[in-house]
Design a protein around this ligand. Structure first.
Ligand code: MN
Ligand code: ZN
Length: 498
């Protein structure tokens, strides 16, 4: 059951019933805003009884005494105030949102005793709330108590109280753009594969036109003319035709080269003729997580009016076994002219990406290319669900990405590339083969992609562990996490906006 918030900011608030949320760090006596919400100071007694020490994200729920200006007070611990960073504010917002139930309004005091949070912290806190509030319940016909028969809800009116209310309100516009981009990516990943095929996905991308994004959709015929034999080989086993979507946001200077983001969009991956085992195959509806992140990012950049020229290119196909499906042993010719021997039809993501990368580089000559893909199970073996694998031919880009990962907590771990790994995908019969075997499976996949980027600065993010089924946390309770949108928005904001 989801909650909707209508968030506003104010310097002060007149309390009149409802919920008050206050923060407390480990070093101060009582929570901020205590004087107004808790005149009888029941906090001290409640904290003693509950052994509440204000350690990070711990909470204390107090029924306000008679005569108090609110009905309920929730105190959330922040740990040590001086250790708070940008991501802490998101998590605190998420933690607060997760505790708001069955109320019409809530006042949230985010300044700590002796620490003024500031407008940016308030906007980050609000972003955390929006991300936490998301849940994907489109296909649940039984609605929660607080929803009417159409599933509509009365939003909870939230006032975030901060002396920097004006600054917070301004910054919140970007928070909303980010939240909407993440939520779009989550929705795309969560949608069932019968509903979201390549054509339907392309239509969702087309909808970004209302934000000023230019969107082109290439059909099979056009891709055939361009020579995208690798991508088309994957698609040929499905009755659903493939699409290549090109999204352009022109927020930068006219002559400035664009930054480019490329996404793997396998709307469902059965493995093809090299079919996967049945257990867990339903998760392969999320094999378009890279394309979802690129689409979500383009939404965010456009919605917040980012001063950058950005291109998003997504390759949308379905990988099915069929009488017409591609076989192991087939040799296909990519748009680059390089030939590829298919060893395993389940190593299809790189076949989609290699044509999308070549096309992007050839047409746009971008400053850099970053591709996102739920590419290998091997990256889960290496890094679990906690970090994405980062592969790059450019140290500066890799360092910028790693830094953005730390700020947003969408973390990346850099993995190696090298000539000796590259050799592992040489083929007896063609220029290369599409797998290098079990060992170093994530790395040989990256080496494959690297053969299609030439000298352009490039990074490949293997998000198979982070785009879906990652550990739930304060700001994400959804299977499809939307990983990558915040990361890349931060990368652009910090390094590439004019
Ligand atoms: Mn596969
Ligand atoms: Zn796949």
């Amino acid at each position: 059951m989801s909650v909707k918030f209508e968030i506003s900011f104010a310097k002060t608030v007149r309390l009149n019933g409802g919920l008050a949320i206050q923060l407390k760090d480990t070093d101060s006596e009582s929570p901020a805003g205590a004087a107004s919400a808790d005149p009888a100071n029941v906090f001290a007694k409640a904290a003693r009884i509950a052994r509440f020490t204000a350690k990070g994200l711990a909470s204390l729920d107090i029924v306000a005494p008679e005569g108090a200006p609110v009905d309920r007070i929730i105190v959330i611990g922040t740990g040590r105030a001086k250790e708070l960073n940008a991501h802490s504010w998101l998590k605190l917002g998420g933690a607060a949102a997760g505790r708001i139930r069955n109320v019409e309004k809530a006042a949230i005091f985010i300044d700590l005793p002796g620490v003024q949070a500031g407008g940016k912290a308030a906007a980050d806190f609000a972003l955390g709330m929006l991300l936490r509030a998301y849940s994907f319940d489109t296909y649940k016909t039984k609605k929660g108590d607080d929803e009417d028969k159409n599933g509509a809800q009365k939003p909870v009116k939230v006032t975030i109280v901060t002396p920097d209310a004006a600054a917070a309100k301004k910054l919140f516009a970007a928070s909303e753009a980010i939240a909407d981009g993440v939520i779009l990516a989550r929705d795309l990943v969560n949608e069932p594969p019968n509903v979201l095929g390549p054509v339907e996905f392309a239509a969702k991308a087309k909808a970004l036109e209302k934000l000023g994004v230019e969107v082109e959709i290439l059909t099979e015929r056009e891709m055939r003319r361009l020579g995208m034999g690798a991508l088309l080989g994957v698609a040929q086993g499905s009755v659903r035709p493939p699409r290549l979507v090109i999204m352009q946001w022109k927020g930068g200077k006219v002559k400035e080269k664009p930054v480019a983001f490329i996404g793997k969009g396998v709307v469902f991956d059965t493995g093809g003729i090299s079919i996967k085992p049945a257990a867990g195959m339903e998760d392969m509806k999320g094999d378009m997580g890279g394309a979802a992140a690129v689409t979500g990012l383009m939404h965010t950049l456009a919605a917040r009016g980012a001063k950058v020229n950005a291109v998003g290119v997504i390759g949308l196909v379905e990988n099915m076994p069929d009488g017409n499906a591609q076989r192991p042993g087939d040799i296909v010719t990519s748009m680059s002219g390089q030939t590829i021997e298919i060893i395993n039809t389940d190593a299809e993501g790189r076949l989609v990406l290699c044509d999308a990368l070549w096309y992007t580089n050839d047409r746009f000559k971008p400053q850099f290319m970053i591709n996102l893909a739920t590419l290998t199970g091997a990256i889960l073996v290496a890094l679990g669900n906690l970090q994405a694998g980062l592969f790059s031919n450019d140290d500066q880009l890799a360092n910028q990405l790693t830094a953005a990962g730390l700020v947003t907590n969408e973390r990346l771990w850099r993995m190696p590339l090298g000539k000796d790994y590259d050799k592992m995908i040489d083929s007896k019969f063609a220029d290369m083969k599409n797998t290098g075997g079990r060992y170093a499976g994530s790395i040989t996949a990256a080496q494959f992609l690297k053969r299609f980027v030439q000298e352009t600065p490039w990074a490949h993010l293997d998000i198979a562990g982070t785009a879906m089924g990652s550990t739930l946390d304060e700001i994400n309770q959804s299977w499809g996490s939307g990983y990558g949108v915040r990361l890349l928005d931060e990368l652009v904001r910090e390094n590439y906006e004019s």
